[in-house]
Design a protein around this ligand. Sequence first.
Ligand code: SF4
Length: 343
Amino acid sequence: MTPPSPVRALRARLLAYYDAHARDLPWRRTRDPYRIWVSEVMLQQTRVAVVTQRYERFLARFPDVASLARASAETVLRGMGRLGYYSRARNLHAAARAVERSPRRRMPESARGLAELPGIGAYTAGAVASIAFGERVPAVDGNAERVLARLLAHGRRKSTAVSEIARALVDCERPGDVNQALMDLGAVVCTARTPRCAACPLGAHCRGRALGAPERFPAKRARPSVAKLDVVFAWIPSGGGVWLERRPLAGLWSGLWQLPAEEGPRARGRLAERLGVDLGRVRVRVHHALTHRSVEARVYVPSDAPHVRRRTLGARSRDPLAAPLSALARKAIVAMRSRAASR
Ligand code: SF4
């Protein structure tokens, strides 16, 4: 498909917009590929405002690839704080170790090389390569994709037409700025629900706007079906602390800590069987919504806690909220503590 107007004019408008209105974000004050990479990992499915608070703290703790590679996986998980997506932290850590094992002990300088590291997909590779190394590669996140789909009045996401125009736009001296301009435009002007076309530098070239209903593009994603998941936790106090266990390294909340738990059908019975005690009655209930799951958790306090089979437990923690917990376990522990405080 032919672009709706000369790519050069679009690019000039994007760069002028970026020069005048670029968001002042901490990771934009550097060309250090490591720092840019960390920001991109943190920004996956997390709001800019939340990442901004955490980013500097993480970098103060892990200022370069070597310090990240040297740290334990557990410390990196803690360093990500409550950003929630632990597989991100694990991949970041694994990739840092891969870089440290490589002959040059430096991050690859091309999108192709970056994409070979654990957890780095096409978008992140494109963002780091274009911003840090000036490689002419696109980095199309959800915001940029929306802008381009509207510009072309294109219904499908991940279309060839969108990829082609993204590639054409970055074929210039400032590919990183073009990519970031598209991201900013999508975040601030061409927003999902209410695009501000009158304020948009691309307005004169935009087919979606010309058709009078830019919000129609791209087509909305089908709503994912949401499955229900039942989780049963046991609150087992011991020596001023509480017992925690680690989740398996694969699957939901992989590698994170939680109260001893079972989930799915007959969860309560299976947990009682494993612990070798009666769980008693429910003390608190918490709910957690994920994209594909609605999780309902119940917390029990076995009356016979001293007789719990401890070999089935993980570790005792005096400060469980300081552990790298799953979001659900954190909610459950907070709820248990506020229940205790209100009594
Ligand atoms: S003119 Fe409107 S729909 Fe088109 S890119 Fe700009 S804000 Fe989005």
